[in-house]
Design a binder for this molecule. Structure first.
Ligand code: G4P
Length: 527
């Protein structure tokens, strides 16, 4: 046993970066890995980043993606803290896994392109994180380019996301005129493109530079002081309690590409961001209890399953977020859903460029378990005799739908088997047409369908025919309010795998039309 579990857990900082494609997530991750000493050269992650892939060959996708599983979790030490960054796939590989990963972190970092502001994917991911009530940090990126007014960007956080932004630093100029950052938290100015020795200028008690500094002669300096005064007057001050529950987001400005402001961000981040907290669990007698992160009992939950990483072995890896206790190689655990005992001999923790065998890991860490089909997404595992079960993972509202049938009617058995297993694994969501019982698949990203089709063929020897239904707005309806006559050409009535009915509306317009026509009917979205 580790001597001091409490101390080890307190060192953990586990987070995900959420952003819209191209905001700079890869670039900033790479800078963080450089500071953590995991990689030596910028470009290492970038070079492996996916190109465009529309092909339906999943292994090919994996190959092209390159970083795939090995970078699902990136781990490094920084200033005595153990950082775990969980990758949230975006672009074409945006999927429910992206959302589920957000269930396994203790905080999120939102990267925003300062020229574009808040974009759709950021908004979606933000919603999921916000619902969890965990801290959200913001990095306004690309300051080396002309972007929007910083005050505008802060206001947009409040207007579009409903979260109060509190500036931790403030840009002095922007684009070609970028001079530096007024570092409010550290009471200094960080100069842009300065030699290391001259990089920081201390401020006096009033928050000003000494007057002989040439920067004080520039109008941009006065503008910055003016903005900061405005921020103070607006009462926008750091409030740790609000940050802790996701009601306020500390905002950092910077430029990931030129490595400006990233280290200051990381330094502040490890100070402010939380270490793993307790989790609510259900005990064998259905009582609820808070399981402390430094409880000696090992427990965790599966938030992601990735299959066929190695075509030669057809292995699956179940990603487990450790919520309490310590993981040791060979530990015996019980799978809460089935009561089955499993010895965990073969586990992996993740470094950026290689998988290494795990020895010890504690709450906040992620381990990858080789899986021969035992695990499902959302499963709880625990050591010892006391049964603990974590809360169910939420269901997410799919946006894309496909009708699916077996190409060969003689092969219905393998079709159903594959379908059942892949749905259980959480690869796609399954619905059935309310009238005809036809299979309809739902996903949040197109790649989920491609992976499904590929795996049906390769793992279950079942060729499937997929007919796109396209993008739909899914809304659940209570069985008691349902009248099949409500179904029209503008919506499709289906049931989910728990037999709950829902409508797939053609678009927002069709949804509004329905709401107007049936004002008493309550429709619900999942997360
Ligand atoms: P993503 O993972 O969020 O999709 O974004 P990524 O880091 O790949 O960055 C997207 C593009 O934005 C890249 O340019 C990257 O170099 C650029 N970028 C990231 N951070 C900054 C920044 O602080 N300032 C500026 N000016 N650009 C930034 P690209 O041309 O699409 O790719 P590449 O040619 O650099 O590979």
């Amino acid at each position: 046993m580790m001597q001091n579990l409490t101390n080890e857990v307190a060192k953990r900082r586990t987070f995900a970066i959420i952003s819209h494609p191209d905001a700079g997530k890869t670039t900033i991750t790479e800078q963080l890995l450089l500071f953590g000493g995991v990689i030596r050269e910028a470009g290492t992650v970038k070079a492996k980043k996916s190109g465009h892939f529309a092909t339906s060959d999943w292994m090919d996708i994996e190959k092209k993606r390159g970083i795939s599983v090995t970078s699902s979790v990136m781990q490094f030490e920084y200033q005595g803290k153990r950082i775990n960054i969980l990758d949230t796939p975006g672009h074409e590989d945006f999927s429910e896994d992206t959302y589920r990963t957000l269930m396994a972190v203790d905080a999120a970092v939102m990267v925003i392109d300062s020229a574009k502001g808040i974009e759709p994917q950021t908004k979606k991911l933000f919603k999921v994180v916000k619902k969890r009530g965990i801290p959200i940090f913001t990095f306004m990126n690309k300051l080396d380019r002309d972007g929007r007014e910083p005050l505008d960007l802060i206001a947009e956080l409040e207007d579009l996301l409903g979260i109060e932004g509190v500036a931790m630093n403030w840009p002095i100029g922007m684009g070609k005129g970028l001079k530096g950052l007024y570092d409010i938290a550290n009471h200094r100015i960080e100069l842009y493109r300065a030699e290391a020795a001259d990089k920081y200028l201390e401020l006096d008690e009033d928050g000003r530079l000494s007057e002989d500094n040439p920067l004080t002669k520039e109008s941009i300096y006065d503008d910055t002081l003016g903005d900061i005064e405005l921020l103070h007057e607006a009462g926008n001050t750091f409030d740790a309690a609000k940050v802790a529950v996701g009601d306020q987001t500390p905002v950092f400005f910077g430029s990931a590409l030129t490595n400006f402001g990233v280290e200051t961000f990381l330094e502040q981040y490890v100070k402010i961001a939380p270490s793993p907290d307790s989790h609510e669990v259900t005990l064998a007698n259905d009582d609820k209890e808070e399981l402390a992160a430094d409880d000696e009992q090992f427990a965790g939950f599966v938030f992601k399953i990735q299959a066929n990483m190695n075509p030669a072995h057809r292995d699956r890896i179940a990603f487990v977020r450790i919520c309490s206790g310590e993981f040791e190689k060979g530990i015996d655990v019980t799978l809460a859903r089935t009561g089955k005992s499993i010895r965990l001999n073969n586990a992996t923790e993740f470094m950026s460029s290689e998988r290494v065998q795990v020895s010890n890991a504690v709450a906040g860490d992620i381990v990858g378990l080789y899986d021969t089909g035992n695990f499902q997404i959302g499963d709880s595992i625990y050591s010892g005799k006391r049964k603990v079960e974590f809360q169910e993972l939420p269901q997410f509202t799919p946006e894309l739908f496909m009708q699916v049938t077996a190409k060969n009617v003689m092969k219905q058995k393998s079709f159903h088997k594959g379908m059942q297993q892949l749905v259980q694994e959480g690869a796609v969501q399954l619905y059935r047409n309310y009238q005809t019982d036809d299979y309809i698949l739902g996903a949040v990203g197109q790649l989920q369908f491609e992976v499904f089709q590929y795996r049906m063929l390769n793992e279950y020897n079942s060729e499937v025919v997929m007919t796109p239904i396209g993008s739909r707005v899914a809304r659940w309806i209570d069985q008691s309010q349902l009248d099949p006559k409500m179904s029209s050409s503008r919506n499709l009535l289906v049931k989910d795998r728990f037999d709950q009915p829902l409508f797939l509306f053609e678009n927002q317009f069709a949804l509004r039309w329905f709401a107007d026509k049936y004002p008493d009917v309550q429709l619900h979205a999942k997360l």
